[in-house]
Design a protein around this ligand. Structure first.
Ligand code: NCD
Length: 338
């Protein structure tokens, strides 16, 4: 009798080890590294800024729309003394078929001290980092990660809850509400929050908050809920997300198609707003100390009412201010050797 032949496993190509000189995501980053960035950002706010990037050129490569993040990185790099070169989607050759890797190699060949990249492909930043020696900072790659947004959210939550000494978020519960499946911000937030000890509750309709998101935690610290009203009274912070209409499908909707035709798996914007929008009545159920965050841009009147976005619980502009500090901390460490 012949023994059954066991298929031999395919040789595995080892994944390229993440380089300490890049920031591609928060998932898998040791909590000490995350705390290192946050502590450095705190020191920048209290001890002032040294021109650690003087004489360096930083390339801000934005192959997808952005106002806030690009400007924030630009200001952060300039405050550290760098020259900043902006390469914006429409004017770059990526649209002419030049690959991301070629673009990265060309920019490297011009002698830059760091590349900040935003692109619509998940994994774009890692692809560039693997091809060049210059530090790469991910400013948002498709649905994957947006690590500096994650860091600024952590910083802001720590600041609001008096946790800036050790950046330990143990005992805090943070809700992330809305279109998590399309959100790179949600993925970075979940990784960062759980690394620092917080619990995360993901809330949204099943297509936007699928049950599988729980697997991003350790089995105890990430949960999925459908009922916002049940969760709100016990959270310490809520991060509201935009419906990412532009990521809803591969094919472009017909011009003039109603917004809902482009939203993934929801019956109507009105119904979405009723179930998942943060109205002032809902915000009133929150603990007195609980705060409201949003990465922007806000779809006012959909996920967030005007009165909440501009109300006393909102720390949305504080997030923007902290974003510059956090990006300075990241640039100093990765491109300035600090
Ligand atoms: C986010 C992004 O682009 O990922 N915004 C941001 O960086 N400030 C979230 C979003 O677009 O909704």
């Amino acid at each position: 009798m012949t023994r059954p032949v066991r298929p031999r496993p395919l040789p595995r190509r080892p994944a390229a080890p993440a380089r300490a000189t890049d920031l591609l995501g928060l998932a898998g980053l040791p909590a000490d590294d995350i705390r290192g960035y946050l502590t450095a950002a705190r020191s920048l706010s209290t001890e002032g800024v040294k021109p650690v990037l003087a004489g360096k050129v930083i390339a801000n490569v934005f192959l997808e729309d952005s106002t806030r993040t690009r400007t924030s990185f630009g200001i952060a790099a300039r405050r550290l003394g760098a020259h900043v070169v902006d390469l914006i989607g429409a004017s770059s050759s990526v649209n002419k078929g030049e690959t991301l890797i070629d673009t990265a190699r060309n920019i490297e060949a011009m002698g830059v001290g760091g590349i900040i990249v935003r692109a619509s492909q998940s994994g774009a930043a890692a692809l560039m980092a693997a091809a060049i020696d210059v530090p790469v900072i991910n400013a948002g790659d498709g649905r994957h990660e947006h690590p500096t947004q994650g860091l600024l959210d952590l910083f802001t939550i720590a600041q609001c809850h008096g946790r800036m000494r050790h950046f330990d978020l143990g005992g805090l519960t943070v809700a992330i509400v809305g279109d998590l499946s399309a959100s790179r911000v949600a993925r970075s937030d979940i990784a960062g929050l759980t690394a620092l000890g917080a619990r995360v509750v993901c809330i949204g309709p099943p297509p936007m908050a699928p049950a599988g998101l729980a697997s991003l935690g350790d089995g105890t610290n990430v949960s999925i809920e459908r009922d916002l009203d049940r969760v709100l009274p016990r959270v310490d912070a809520v991060i509201m997300l935009r419906i990412q209409f532009e990521r809803a499908g591969e094919s472009k909707p017909a011009a003039g198609a109603p917004l809902v035709a482009r939203a993934p798996g929801i019956a109507s914007i009105r119904e979405y707003r009723e179930r998942y929008g943060l109205s002032s009545a809902r915000a009133a159920q929150m603990k007195p100390s609980a705060v409201v965050l949003h990465p922007g841009p806000i779809n006012r009147g959909i996920e967030l009412d005007e009165s909440v976005a501009d109300g006393p619980r909102s720390v949305i502009l504080r997030q923007v201010t902290n974003g510059v500090l956090v990006r300075m901390a990241v640039l100093s460490r990765l491109c300035g050797g600090q």
